[in-house]
Design a protein around this ligand. Structure first.
Ligand code: 5AD
Ligand code: SF4
Length: 455
């Protein structure tokens, strides 16, 4: 790969002004991490960066395939790029990410978006410099159709958007085949990174001053299952926790079928691990969970949550909920509201089911009208608002450890950050505290956040 990086760099260095690249990410944190790796490669090829696609010489749309609306946005925005390319014929347009692992998408780009120069998947980063080189040398199109990844690529350094929060992928792919989900088809099977590679990356980040390390995987609880003598996720947490330095460890996502007491124990016992568990339940109905192929019941899920609560370590919880899975009945939806009442999440990410061609659920007839799904969404959000408002009051009078994100919404002199429990905390303070840990005494709670005073 390096030879092509150097070749592109040599071409770019001959230009009067360095060329600019624009990378737009459409998806989850893993997608954003991929975008940061692509920026690292672009930088090594001599590109600078711009936030404005209209002034870019190379644009990458780094796409997401999880829901239809993300795909529609990509196609809509590709339409805009056509106008920019009409003005700058040299512009190189690239589409990468999960959408490009679906042949129907590649076919659509080939036939209707002929001005797209390069289409490449999440598995083709190492070959990306070659694609750019060939297009710069007059090749019209490059459509990479190698399919989802089979190994883990190391060595593509990220250009990170934050100077104090870093995402570190620990594994790629997913083996679970939940019936609604496209991820296993576009990202391939689970592959774990070697623990040594992860630990040395985290060590380096902490030494560089990063204060939040977010470990990423589609299902972090199956970390290590594919390694010959690999360690499991709770042990990985403990080893990272033992590293020196002042930082907080977070992770996403866990699958309830694999989340056990060993995970909760590690979280409770490791002082650097944020006391926040994102555990996607998707539905509170056992019949829906079965149709989703989730491999746990609501009772089993609650057992993990109850165990975490019983450790009295101050855990807070969040979850993903899928509303309107094919033929979800009112009663089944009520079960979802019931589990929300039992767990009392601090936050919920809810999505209306989106049919993904190629998945099993896409073959299921669905009688439920979309308007009913929207109504369910409204009810769920109302319930969650009540719970959050009530729940956040328990922090009043307490002092929380907060990592400062930066200036708050309420103007000069206000700051916002997140506590160990991943609660948004607003308070007054100087912008120079950005990226630092502070203690904040909580005085009030409102609108999905708490507020307080610097201690
Ligand atoms: N439609 C809507 N939401 C989906 N998710 C996954 N697949 C779909 C789909 N087809 C949601 C799940 C998952 C989150 C990342 O995205 O809730 O946990
Ligand atoms: Fe999709 Fe299920 Fe894998 Fe999560 S665990 S990525 S929802 S298939």
């Amino acid at each position: 790969m390096n030879s092509y990086i150097d070749k592109v760099k040599a071409i770019n260095e001959k230009r009067e002004t360095p060329p600019l690249a624009h990378v737009h990410n459409y998806g989850c944190q893993l997608n954003v991490t991929d975008g940061e790796k692509l920026k690292g490669i672009l930088f090594r090829m001599g590109y600078g960066f711009t936030e404005h696609p209209e002034e870019a010489d190379l644009v990458i749309f780094n796409t997401c395939a999880v829901r239809e609306n993300a795909e529609e946005r990509v196609f809509g925005n590709l339409g805009f790029l056509k106008h920019y390319k009409d003005r700058n014929r040299e512009m190189i347009i690239c589409v990468s990410g999960c959408m490009t692992e679906q042949s129907a998408v590649v076919d659509k780009i080939k036939s209707s978006y002929k001005y797209v120069d390069i289409v490449f998947g999440t598995n083709a980063f190492d070959r990306f410099p070659q694609f750019v080189y060939e297009v710069l040398n007059g090749r019209k199109h490059f459509y990479d159709e190698a399919g989802p990844g089979k190994d883990v690529s190391e060595g593509n350094e990220q250009i990170r958007s934050s100077t104090f929060k870093a995402s570190v992928p620990i594994m790629y792919g997913c083996n679970n085949f939940c019936t609604y989900c496209i991820v296993p088809y576009v990202r391939g099977r689970e592959r774990s990174r070697q623990p040594e590679a992860i630990i040395s990356e985290v060590t380096k980040l902490v030494n560089e001053g990063y204060r939040e390390i977010m470990l990423l995987g589609q299902n972090v609880n199956s970390y290590g299952n594919d390694l010959a003598d690999g360690i499991k996720f709770p042990e990985l947490l403990r080893r990272i926790n033992a590293l020196e330095g002042e930082f907080i460890i977070r992770f996403m996502s866990s699958h309830p079928k694999d989340a056990g007491k060993d995970l909760i124990d590690a979280m409770a016992e490791c002082d650097k691990v944020g006391k926040f568990l994102h555990l996607p339940v998707q539905s509170g109905s056992n019949s829906v969970l079965e149709r989703m192929n989730r491999k746990y019941t609501a009772e089993k899920y609650l057992e993990i949550i109850d165990y975490a609560k019983s450790r009295n370590a101050g855990f807070s919880f969040s979850t993903d909920i899928l509303i309107g899975f094919p033929n979800e009945t009112d009663e089944e939806f009520e079960d979802t509201l019931e589990i929300i009442r039992k767990v009392r999440y601090s936050n919920i990410y809810s999505f209306i089911y989106s049919k993904r061609t190629g998945t099993k659920a896409a073959l299921m007839e669905d009688e439920t009208p979309y308007s009913a799904k929207q109504e369910r969404m409204q009810r769920l959000l109302e319930l969650q608002r009540e719970i959050t408002t009530e729940d956040y009051r328990k922090y009043i009078g307490k002092t929380l450890d907060v990592l400062v994100d930066g200036p708050g919404k309420n103007g000069e002199g206000t700051l916002t950050g997140k506590s160990s429990e991943y609660i948004i905390v607003n308070f007054a303070g100087d912008a120079s505290l950005t990226g630092r840990f502070v203690k904040v005494k909580i005085t009030g709670a409102r609108n999905w956040a708490v507020e307080g005073e610097l201690v």
